[in-house]
Write a protein that binds this ligand. Structure first.
Ligand code: P6P
Length: 336
């Protein structure tokens, strides 16, 4: 039987080898991982736990909040407030940042999260997940504001997600590769099941919501048309398509077997760069994808280089197998 490596052992050994996980960051990651276990339990109850359906409120995005959105958000806030590792938190489900109350010590990190991504899939039992991003508080003033969060994604200290699917898996990077842990429900522990996820540079699989095709910019339509043309077209090979409508599930598939994921600009809302959020969806996923040898752009620039201007700002996303992302990005750059 191969020796099982726990999340704690992995983090301790990573600190010993690379020095990238100081004590406060290790505590942060372990607390988030424990919170994800609690969210997984709530998700898995489904109709038995009175957790399905709408919470009867809207979030800052103007989207109807599901009961599990609110539950997941509260679990992450409560789990992370008291440890002394965080100065503040930001969430897709909260209009403004949540500063750690004065009754607790403030730490040097800031945690951002989409507590439950893919909410439209909750009630139909399709994989959903939690996405998180960790930044360092770079100003040494006691106070903290939204401006402290507005750092490019390349400043992240860590990023990860948890998929609540057939397995419950935690995928994590601190800047030295990507590791995957699978929840052993019998012992309640996270077990290292892959210590180096790598994305193949080429793929035959794309992920996009095809129902929006008529609204995309021409370069995006050109790329998809060429994929659909298959062997007899300019790409000379047939492509497959997947779209789960949970970013965590689509990105997990790409980290596991390759592919290219796109959520592009849409002419129906020309002032909106895209649907997905930069700070707590695109940035953490871009960090993970790059650490696994892939690429992530907004169809023109590297996502991790983008300078945020607002906490909940949105962005176009093209990420996954390097050669495909390069192609999509080149089409957009050539089109100006
Ligand atoms: P659509 C989920 O609501 C989400 O934010 C991402 O997880 C997912 O990739 C996307 O939206 C799905 O969007 O328009 O296909 O429902």
């Amino acid at each position: 039987m191969t020796k099982r490596v726990s999340l704690t052992q992995y983090l301790v050994e990573q600190q010993r080898e690379h020095g990238l996980i100081p004590a406060q960051l290790r505590l942060l990651i372990e607390v988030v991982a424990r919170a994800c276990k609690r969210i997984a339990i709530a998700v898995n109850k489904g109709a038995l736990g009175d957790v399905l359906g709408s919470a009867g409120t809207d979030n800052v995005q103007g989207e109807v909040q599901k009961k599990l959105d609110v539950i997941s958000n509260e679990v992450l806030i409560e789990a992370n407030e008291w440890g002394g590792h965080l100065a503040a938190m930001a969430s897709e489900e909260m209009d403004s940042i949540h500063v750690v109350p004065n009754r607790y010590p403030q730490g040097e990190y800031m945690l951002l999260f989409d507590p439950l991504d893919g909410s439209s899939n909750i009630d139909v039992n399709v994989s959903i997940g939690t996405i998180f991003s960790v930044l360092r508080k770079v100003t040494n003033t006691r106070g903290i504001s939204e401006e402290d969060f507005l750092q490019p994604g390349k400043q992240q200290a860590a990023a990860g997600y948890c998929v609540y699917g057939p397995q419950t898996t935690l995928v994590l990077t601190v800047g030295s590769g990507v590791a995957m842990f699978t929840l052993d429900r019998e012992t309640g522990s996270w077990v290292l099941t892959d210590d180096e996820l790598r994305i193949p540079e080429d793929t035959k699989e794309f992920a996009i919501n095809m129902s929006n095709m008529r609204h995309w910019a021409p370069p995006m339509r050109q790329y998809i048309d060429e994929c659909l043309a298959g062997k007899t077209g300019p790409r000379g090979k047939d492509f497959n398509m997947r779209w789960v409508a949970s970013m965590v599930a689509d990105v997990h598939r790409i980290l596991t077997r390759g592919g290219v994921f796109m959520y592009p600009w849409d002419q129906r809302e020309p002032d909106k760069p895209g649907k997905l959020r930069l700070m707590y969806e695109a940035n953490p996923m871009a960090f993970l994808v790059e650490q696994a040898g892939g690429m992530a752009t907004n169809a023109k620039e590297r996502i991790l280089d983008l300078q945020p201007t607002r906490l909940h700002e949105r962005v176009s996303v093209v990420l996954g197998s390097k050669n495909e992302v390069e192609r999509v990005t080149a089409y957009h750059r050539d089109a100006g």
